[in-house]
Design a protein. Structure first.
Length: 150
């Protein structure tokens, strides 16, 4: 689902939990469309995502690439929530077919949806992570992207 206004865009999608969710990585947070997760995937918060970075709405891609765009990501499983704040970039390619990655750094690759984020996987609400160890848990991801008024 998406909602668009002249200076902001809201995009909602989902992912699922998995018994191997650890969410301990210090610099990245990832959601993947794949259904398998090894214990080494310590940045992954959800699997079986309904969208990858490649198939997000084109209007969302446009606003993410605007200079100064802000990305606020709301993560929720039932009543348990967390928020990650970061930035878009004109350099985002948005081409990866299987994942979305939020980064605390400025590194950009084909999976990157936001950079300079205030949280990575290891900083996510531990109650939310505990919920996502259950494979039947549904993670709702709400991206709210805005650009500063000129």
């Amino acid at each position: 689902m998406s909602v668009c206004s002249p200076d902001s865009y809201t995009f909602i999608f989902t992912a699922h939990g998995h018994p191997n969710v650890r969410s301990t990585h210090r610099s990245t947070l990832e959601v993947t469309t794949e259904h398998f997760l090894s214990p080494r995937g310590d940045c992954i918060l959800g699997v079986g995502a309904s969208h990858s970075v490649r198939n997000v709405d084109s209007a969302l891609g446009w606003i993410l690439r605007q200079p100064g765009s802000r990305v606020v990501t709301h993560l929720s499983v039932g009543e348990v929530t967390d928020v990650v704040q970061g930035f878009g970039s004109p350099d985002l390619t948005l081409q990866a077919p299987i994942a979305l990655v939020w980064r605390t750094s400025t590194h950009i690759d084909d999976r990157t949806i936001a950079i300079r984020c205030d949280k990575a996987a290891g900083s996510i609400n531990r109650k939310l992570v505990q919920e996502l160890i259950n494979p039947s848990a549904l993670l709702q991801i709400t991206l709210v992207v805005s650009v500063p008024s000129t």
